[in-house]
Design a protein around this ligand. Structure first.
Ligand SMILES: Cc1ncc(COP(=O)(O)O)c(C=O)c1O
Length: 413
C-alpha cells in the first residue's frame, strides 16, 4: 500500500517525515516554512537521487559509449519521459531542459520572438505577471519595434477577460500569461486565454512556475504552444526546469544558444543543427538535478495532485478565515480560484518588520514585491507579507502564524 496516502487522504505526518529540513529549530523555535511559492523543500528521495547520481553514475551524457556515460544518459532521458507524462505532452522531444522558467521564457522570447516578431506586432501579457514574464518581452519588443499590451486585472486580482478579448487583433503575435500568480495565487483561465489567442493566430506561452506542484497540467487539452516549469517549485532541485513547446513550432525556431550537443555537423563554413530536443540544449546540462527531478515527479504522482490541492485549499481557507478575524489586516488577492498563496498587509506595520518578527518565532514568510512590482503598484502598495503553503504544512502551523501576528500587532501598535 502507498504509505503517503491512505484511501486518498494524505498522511501528513508521514509526508513531513520525508522532509529532513523541516525538523529543525530556527531561532529556538520549530521551523514553520511558509515560503513555498519562492521554493519548496525537497523530500529525501530527491536528495538521495542527487547523491546516488554523484556516487555511482556521474558522467557526461550523450557523447560517451562507456557504461557510466550510458547510465547517466539513461537517467537524464528518463526524466524527460517522466516529464512528458506529467504534463501529457504528445512527444518526448517537446520537452527541453532549461535552468527553469526564467530561462524557458527567455528562450522563447529570443528564439521565437527574434525570428517571427516584426515592427508593429503586439505581445500581450497581464498585470499579474512575474518580472520573468515581463522583462524578456520588453527586451524583444524593444529590439523588434513591437509593442507590449497588458491585460488589466480587477480588485480581487483576476484578469479582465473582456479587456483581453478587446486587445486581441491580427497584430497580436504572442500571448504570455501565468497559470497561477505567485503574489496572489489567482488561477487564471488559461484554456480560454489560449482559445481566444488562437482565433487571431497568436501563439501562447504559459508560465507554469506556480502551477506545477498544485494543479493538473495537460498541455494537449490546454492546447498552449509553450509551457514553462521550474523544478525547484515542485519539490525538485534548483537550477533546472523545462520548456514544453509544440513540436512544429520548436522545429521552425532557430537555436537559442550555440555550442556542443546542439549541432549535427560543424565546419568553419557552415553548421547544421541537431534534432529536437537537443537543438535547444547547448553545452553540458545540469545532469544531476535533472536526474533528481524525476523523483520529485514521482513524489507528486504518488500523492496525487487532487489530494495535494484539496489539502492545500483547506489550509488556504483556514488562513483566510483566521487572517480576516485580525484587526488591521488587508488581504491582497481574494479570487475564489487560487492556489495556496495568501498575501496581506497590516495597517501601520511595514511588511519587512512583520517578516523579521515572524522569523524570530521560527516562521518563514516572504515579504516584498515578489518580483511583481507592476502588480504591487496596481494595489497601491510597495509589497506584502506572503504565506504560501505546500503539502507538508498543517493547520497547527497556521495557528502559530496567527498567534505571531496577534503578538506583533499588539507590540507594534
Ligand atoms: C510566476 C513565476 N514565474 C516565474 C518565476 C521564475 O522562476 P525561476 O526563478 O525558477 O526561473 C517565478 C519564481 O518565483 C514565479 O513565481
Amino acid at each position: 500500500m502507498n504509505t503517503l496516502t491512505d484511501k486518498a487522504i494524505l498522511n501528513i505526518d508521514k509526508i513531513r517525515s520525508e522532509f529532513p529540513i523541516l525538523h529543525q529549530q530556527v531561532n529556538g523555535k520549530p521551523l514553520i516554512y511558509f515560503d513555498n511559492a519562492a521554493t519548496n523543500q525537497k523530500p529525501k528521495r530527491v536528495i538521495k537521487a542527487l547523491s546516488d547520481y554523484y556516487e555511482h553514475d556521474n558522467a557526461n551524457i550523450h557523447r560517451g559509449i562507456h557504461t557510466l556515460a550510458e547510465r547517466a544518459t539513461k537517467a537524464y532521458e528518463d526524466t524527460r519521459l517522466a516529464m512528458q507524462h506529467f504534463i501529457h505532452a504528445r512527444h518526448t522531444e517537446e520537452i527541453i531542459f532549461t535552468r527553469g522558467v526564467t530561462e524557458s521564457i527567455n528562450l522563447v522570447a529570443a528564439s521565437y520572438g527574434r525570428a517571427f516578431l516584426k515592427e508593429g506586432d503586439e505581445v500581450i501579457i497581464s498585470g499579474l505577471e512575474h518580472h520573468s514574464n515581463i522583462v524578456p518581452w520588453q527586451m524583444i519588443c524593444e529590439e523588434k519595434k513591437a509593442s507590449l499590451q497588458i491585460i488589466p486585472i480587477s480588485e480581487i486580482g483576476e484578469m479582465d477577460l473582456d479587456a483581453y478579448a478587446k486587445l486581441l487583433s491580427s497584430r497580436t503575435k504572442i500571448v504570455a500569461v501565468n497559470h497561477a500568480s505567485n503574489s496572489l495565487g489567482t488561477i487564471n483561465p488559461i484554456k480560454e486565454i489560449v482559445r481566444l489567442a488562437h482565433e487571431v493566430n497568436a501563439v501562447v506561452l504559459i508560465d507554469g512556475a506556480q502551477a506545477a506542484a498544485h494543479l493538473e497540467i495537460d498541455v494537449q487539452d490546454l492546447d498552449c504552444d509553450f509551457y514553462c516549469i521550474s523544478s525547484h517549485k515542485m519539490y525538485g532541485p534548483t537550477g533546472t526546469g523545462i520548456l514544453y513547446g509544440k513540436k512544429e513550432l520548436l522545429e521552425k525556431m532557430p537555436p537559442y544558444m550555440g555550442g556542443g550537443e546542439m549541432i549535427k555537423d560543424v565546419t568553419f563554413a557552415k553548421t547544421t543543427y541537431n534534432d529536437l530536443p537537443y537543438k535547444f540544449e547547448a553545452g553540458t546540462p545540469n545532469i544531476a538535478d535533472v536526474v533528481a527531478l524525476k523523483e520529485a515527479i514521482y513524489f507528486i504522482n504518488e500523492l496525487g495532485k487532487e489530494n495535494i490541492a484539496a489539502h492545500e485549499s483547506e489550509l488556504l481557507h483556514y488562513t483566510k478565515e483566521k487572517l480576516t478575524s485580525l484587526p488591521g489586516i488587508r488581504l491582497i488577492g481574494t479570487s475564489a480560484h487560487k492556489v495556496s498563496v495568501q498575501s496581506f498587509v497590516v495597517e501601520g506595520i511595514h511588511h519587512f518588520d512583520i517578516g523579521q518578527m515572524l522569523d524570530t518565532r521560527g516562521i518563514a514568510v516572504r515579504t516584498g514585491h515578489h518580483c511583481t512590482q507592476p502588480l504591487m503598484e496596481h494595489f497601491g502598495i510597495e509589497g506584502t507579507v506572503r504565506a504560501s503553503f505546500a503539502v507538508y504544512n498543517t493547520r497547527a502551523e497556521i495557528d502559530k502564524l496567527i498567534e505571531g501576528l496577534e503578538r506583533i500587532c499588539k507590540f507594534m501598535k
